[in-house]
Design a protein around this ligand. Structure first.
Ligand code: ANZ
Ligand code: ZN
Length: 813
């Protein structure tokens, strides 16, 4: 048969469409698999990273369909976001138009890969029907206090003209445009993810062994739980007076209550209210005030990179246990956003405190023995610590906390690095935040029956300000509560909100999309996702937010599950000459060209063969050729097949070569379950199939050829579905694709074992014997075969090395 990829690929894609072959059934009792590759942003064209992501997911989905699983394998579009607006600014195209035409183009590209997606469940997150339900969730979250509006210092990207979540700031720069991020005071909407911090951390344990360790560690660190003591430092009477009686105490957080007797100064953030008060009320000289203001205007990252810097504030606090007066400084290493923005400094046992104390000549008091030099951050016995002296410092932590709690000075607390999720964006192309500002009622949620609050289409997108804000009429509305004139919220939601619940939307039957956002019964049936596949770049942001949303939706009564993604595979990058393939580097291979030249099956086979999915994949033109040749070989060998069904073969009657070929065939089959269900090492399965084809080539039996092709096409169908379907139709009427095949154990049974006979230290002869032969039988046979070398000899020692050799030590008799 001759191989014509473009012809058969078009044929099969049409047939699958006509058959609606990949729609899940409505049954909610059948065993199921939900296989999900992260959905794409409709940037305009597919890149190789997409091809890899979808080839992996598709192979897994197709594998499970062979086993009576009800398989949900959906696709959609993560369609809101800035690039659409940037395109509008640059090319004068409306973001909606740009987005939907990109989707149309990319849908065709995905189709041309022969991916087995459900077509009926596809949606774009910018569809008003998706916005409608998202706005409903947001209003419910507001009612539960999980969403609130607050004025805070935010990360502002001047280039993107919008606020960024902490997670979207990478080394102080915007994750999208790399512009340095500024701090700015602004009102915005926040989701209370901190409320779920403990559960988000705790439940990572359920994912151990199912998610990559690296991702679990990153999430763990991001949540950043610290346990310690929070207490109030009381200002000295003199200092209180100096601050005009405005402040009595301030709070500090320490993870090291055991070092309490080593405190020799306290430090406040440059933005701490007390520091600010001192600066603003000229309680410090002008020059120092200026320097403190400079620090306050630096980003956290800049401060972390700068040398330690600080200034005495001219006030003191009272040590809560000793009553001693301790100087208070402001320091650039104290973050405003953490633990109250103030520390008790213990220079003897903390690196940063030590560096600072050394620079400014502040006292250093050792309270833990051990180590020669200071700072000593290890374990040891407490010294100079009053009642705690002599205790192991780790054990002392709880005792110090108890002392503070009993005295009412402080309490044991838990702090998280995690900040609440700011979801406001001052951009047009997003889901409007469904609230109204009313002069008399304040912040009022829209009425549910008015949802969705859709975007106006007649906007001018210039890059200056927020188009919703500038629109002449859109924001003017009636208050949903009192009916008076009011102003609509013009902030839109972070696009990560949309990707936090899409996995539930797919699970809801599209027939119900008008009536419900998430169908509870269906969501409970389909989720968690059995296998989620996507890039490591989503290790923190998307995965954490989706986990959080799942828990919130559970608590709001929408679903009954705790975690959205049962198993996660993070695919490696596609690289060329060691660098990530990317448009900006100009080292891309266009999937369309590849498909045009070789066909989708070659693209898929190459991608899955070139590297294990978790690893980087280095582009290699020769390997693409090799993948193509392998498919062609399957075609070339089609005429060796003489049986339309799986032949019954008498194994014992075959030649050695045919027996070996059968072993290779069934070795590949034996491997396949592990590959498709656990390791995803498709490369090893494909290699095993190649070996089997080579072994088949070395033998003559047409029956074995028939069997071999029958099995190979079954194994490879999830990877090269078009070619496998075509060959299978011609050769086996597709019977061989319908189910998983069974391994024929008989081919692995060894019929005889070869033994070498050593006599007097020399190899003399060899013999074959049944694997069930006893030790005595083996020895007897060895003596019989070696009779001529044993003549005139006396055996002094007999050794049988199982499955290998018999060694007979002799001396002349
Ligand atoms: C005294 C002490 C002694 C500390 C010692 C450490 C070692 P985590 O939660 O693990 O990051 N800290 C508290 N708030 C801070 C802030 N806003 N900016 C900078 N540093 C801050 O670490 C908490 C520890 O970091 C706290 O424990 C505090 O220093 C410091 F031998 O208190 B420690
Ligand atoms: Zn009102």
């Amino acid at each position: 048969m001759s191989y014509n990829p473009s012809e058969i690929e078009a044929k099969w894609q049409k047939q699958w469409d006509d058959e609606q072959a990949f729609e899940p059934s409505d049954s909610l009792t059948q065993k199921k698999k939900y296989i999900l590759s992260m959905f794409p942003f409709p940037s305009g064209r597919l890149h190789m990273g997409h091809v890899r992501n979808y080839a992996i997911g598709d192979a897994i989905a197709r594998y499970y369909r062979k086993q009576d699983y009800n398989v949900l394998h959906p696709i959609g579009w993560d369609a809101f976001g800035m690039p659409a607006e940037n395109a509008a600014i640059k090319h004068g195209r409306h973001p909606k138009d740009w987005t939907y035409s990109n989707i149309d183009y990319m849908r065709k590209e995905l189709n041309s890969l022969g991916l087995s997606f459900s077509k009926t469940r596809e949606f774009a997150t910018c569809d008003p029907l998706y916005t409608k339900w998202e706005q409903e969730f947001i209003i419910k979250m507001f009612a539960e206090g999980l969403l609130f509006r607050e004025s805070t210092t935010v990360n502002w990207c001047e280039d993107c003209h919008t606020v960024l979540a902490n997670e979207q700031v990478e080394e102080g720069c915007c994750w999208r445009c790399d512009n340095p991020v500024e701090l700015k005071e602004m009102p915005g909407y926040y989701l209370d993810i901190i409320k779920y911090a403990d559960e988000l951390l705790e439940d990572l344990k359920m994912l151990e062994g199912k998610w990559p360790n690296q991702v679990l560690t990153m999430q763990n660190n991001w949540i950043g739980k610290s346990q310690g003591l929070e207490f109030e430092f009381e200002l000295s009477e003199e200092s209180k007076a100096k601050l005009d009686g405005k402040f009595d105490t301030y709070s500090v957080f320490t993870t090291r209550p055991d070092t309490i007797y080593g405190v020799s100064y306290s430090a406040l953030a440059a933005e701490h209210p007390i520091t600010k008060y001192i600066v603003e009320h000229n309680l410090i000289d002008e020059e120092t005030a200026g320097k403190i203001t400079v620090i306050a205007n630096m980003s956290e990252r800049e401060r972390a990179q700068a040398d330690k810097e600080g200034y005495p504030l001219g006030i003191t606090v009272v040590h809560p246990l000793t009553g001693e007066e301790i100087p208070v400084w402001t320091a650039n290493f104290v973050l405003a956003s953490y633990g109250g923005g103030a520390v008790m400094a213990v220079p003897a046992h903390d690196e940063r405190d030590h560096e600072f104390a050394s620079k400014y000549d502040l006292p250093i008091k050792r309270v833990i023995s051990g180590g020669e030099e200071l700072p000593y951050t290890g374990e040891g016995e407490l010294v100079d610590s009053a009642a705690f002296t002599g205790l192991n410092n780790y054990e002392a932590k709880a005792k110090v906390i108890a002392t503070f709690e009993e005295a009412g000075f402080g309490k044991g607390t838990t702090n998280f690095k995690l900040r609440n999720w700011g979801v406001s964006r001052q951009r047009y192309w997003g889901a409007p935040i469904p609230f109204v500002h009313c002069k008399s009622c304040g912040l009022v949620p829209e009425k549910i029956e008015n949802l969705p609050i859709a975007l106006p289409e007649d906007v001018e997108i210039t890059g200056e300000g927020n188009p919703l804000e500038n629109h002449p009429t859109w924001k003017h509305c009636k208050c949903p509560k009192c009916g008076e004139e009011a102003i609509r919220e013009t902030d839109t939601l972070d696009t990560f909100v949309q990707s936090s619940w899409y996995q539930f939307r797919y699970a809801t039957n599209p027939k119900k999309w008008n009536e419900v956002g998430i169908d509870k019964e269906e969501a409970n049936y389909w989720l968690g996702v059995d296998q989620y596949i996507g890039g490591i770049e989503h290790a923190i942001l998307h995965l954490l937010y989706a986990r959080f949303f799942t828990k919130v939706l559970r608590d709001l009564g929408y679903v009954n599950i705790d975690e959205p993604f049962n198993r996660l595979l993070t695919q490696g990058m596609v690289t060329m000459d060691g660098a990530k393939m990317s448009k900006s580097k100009g080292n891309t291979v266009d999937p369309d060209k590849l498909i045009e030249e070789y066909g989708a099956d070659t693209a898929r086979l190459f991608i899955l063969f070139a590297a294990p999915p978790q690893k980087e994949l280095e582009w290699n033109d020769n390997a693409v050729e090799g993948a193509f040749r392998f498919i062609k070989k399957l075609y070339d060998r089609a005429d060796k097949v003489t049986s339309k069904t799986l032949p019954v073969i008498e194994h014992g009657a075959l030649s050695k070569e045919s027996k070996l070929a059968r072993q290779k065939i069934y070795e590949a089959l034996q491997k396949s379950a592990d590959v498709y269900e656990k390791t995803f090492a498709f490369n090893t399965l494909i290699a095993a199939c190649m070996e089997a084809m080579n072994a088949l080539d070395k033998q003559e039996s047409t029956e074995v050829w028939s069997e071999g092709m029958y099995v190979m096409l079954n194994l490879l169908e999830p990877i090269i579905p078009h070619a496998a379907s075509e060959l299978s139709e011609v050769l086996f009427e597709r019977e061989n694709l319908k189910a998983l095949l069974e391994v024929k154990e008989e081919v692995f049974v060894q019929e005889s074992i070869l033994y070498v006979v050593m006599i007097g230290g020399k190899k003399r002869t060899e013999f074959e014997i049944s694997p069930s032969a006893s030790q005595d039988e083996i020895l007897a046979k060895a003596k019989e075969e070696g009779a001529k070398w044993l003549e005139g000899m006396q055996i002094v020692k007999e050794i049988v090395v199982p499955n290998k050799l018999v060694n007979l030590a002799v001396k002349p008799s």
